[in-house]
Design a protein around this ligand. Structure first.
Ligand code: ATP
Ligand code: MG
Length: 353
């Protein structure tokens, strides 16, 4: 029996509604796969926890979840209770940093049954691999006043190690998909970091002769997401560019409510963390109408990561069958409730065995 230890953090808002739905899906997977079992440990770390305890998680919080096979997270942030920088910084960003989750992986895929806002929807299936630990999001820089004007300097920090590891991950994963890797650059406008980025990309590509490579400037690449998304396979990007492209990816899929994501640890010392792209959506919390597909697809990514890609495929196929049957929540034009969508997905999983 393969038993997977999962640290479950529903967090805030609709995280508390969609995480239990995704766990129902994982339980159905454990029913289908006799050799597989999930052991969940639930942690109530959230903005409410902060109001009670003055911190987002207990002092030994990271120790508690460090030994798990994966962390399954809903959403963090309830600006009515705790400022976002405190809640996100004290939980999400802390886990990402301390557990060296240096890569963020986000699929943007045209699902069967989904209507894309693209005027000419094509059959796109893109995987965005974003650097998650350095680059443009740096605290290096500052403000000065030279007596005439106010001057602000914001440094971006790129290390050879950081750039290489995200690119290598991109090459490896492209090899398992359609063998095509696109690098997001801007070396025609940014003088130091992006030429370095290109240099490392070209250097590494020599080691992957079977992967077709392409470099595109971020402005043109953003346009290609809209005009020719079907020509893209895996896209590797810096922290800032990857952030923007992954929101664009979620948008062309049709709703932020279906977009999944993974924060990947590469060195095996700590668990990876799986959380959907959407936030806690306080505007719809408590109504039973949140789309559970983002969290359920995120569970599929966790299954793939934990060595169960066949089970992951069953989940994604069931999501598409449910969308094709038009069982949808309000954000994607339907009128089904959160749990009705999950019920339909679980039924469609059972159909496949
Ligand atoms: P946070 O501060 O936690 O990021 P937010 O409201 O700023 O929350 P999101 O939670 O991503 O950002 O929500 C953006 C919009 O998308 C909101 O109007 C929300 O209702 C909608 N939304 C997000 N997730 C879902 C979902 N799973 N189902 C339906 N609508 C969603
Ligand atoms: Mg938000």
């Amino acid at each position: 029996m393969k038993t997977l230890e999962i640290a479950v953090i529903p967090g805030d808002g609709i995280g508390k509604e969609v995480v239990p739905e995704a766990l129902r899906v994982l339980d159905a997977i454990a029913d289908i796969h006799e050799g597989l079992k999930f052991n969940y440990t639930h942690y109530p770390w959230s903005s409410e926890y902060y109001v009670e305890h003055g911190t987002m998680m207990p002092e030994n919080g990271l120790e508690l979840i460090k030994g798990s096979n994966a962390i399954f997270l809903g959403a963090v942030g309830d600006p009515n209770l705790v400022p976002d920088h405190v809640s996100l910084g004290g939980l999400l960003l802390r886990i990402r940093r301390e557990f060296e989750q240096v890569i963020n992986v986000r699929p943007a895929k045209q699902l069967r049954g989904m209507v894309s806002p693209l005027s000419n929807p094509k059959n796109f299936d893109i995987l965005i691999v974003r650097e998650n630990s350095e680059g443009e999001y740096s605290s290096s820089g500052g403000r000065v006043h030279n007596g005439i004007d106010e001057i602000v300097v914001q440094n971006a920090v790129f290390t050879k190690r950081g750039v290489s590891r995200v690119m290598e991950y991109g090459f490896e994963i492209a090899g398992k998909r359609n063998g095509h890797l696109t690098s997001a650059t801007k070396s025609n406008g940014i003088a130091h970091s992006m030429p370095f980025w290109d240099e490392v990309f070209n250097e590494l590509s020599a080691g992957y002769p079977d992967i077709k490579t392409r470099s595109e400037h971020i402005d043109a690449l953003s346009a290609f997401f809209i005009t020719r998304p079907e020509t893209l396979d895996v896209v590797v990007a810096s922290n800032l560019f990857g952030d923007i492209l992954s929101d664009l990816g979620a948008a062309i899929m049709g709703s932020i409510g279906i977009a999944p994501a993974a924060n990947v640890n590469l060195n095996g010392k700590y668990p990876s963390m799986f959380e959907p792209v959407h936030g806690s959506a306080p505007d719809i919390y408590g109504k039973g109408i949140a789309n559970p597909i983002g969290q359920i697809w995120t569970a599929k990514m966790m299954l793939d990561h934990l060595g169960e890609p066949e089970m992951g495929a069953i989940v994604l196929e069931a999501i598409e069958r449910t969308l094709e049957a038009n069982i949808k929540t309000g954000d994607i034009g339907g009128s089904s409730t959160t749990s009705e969508v999950t019920d339909a997905i679980i039924a469609a999983m059972k159909e496949q065995i």
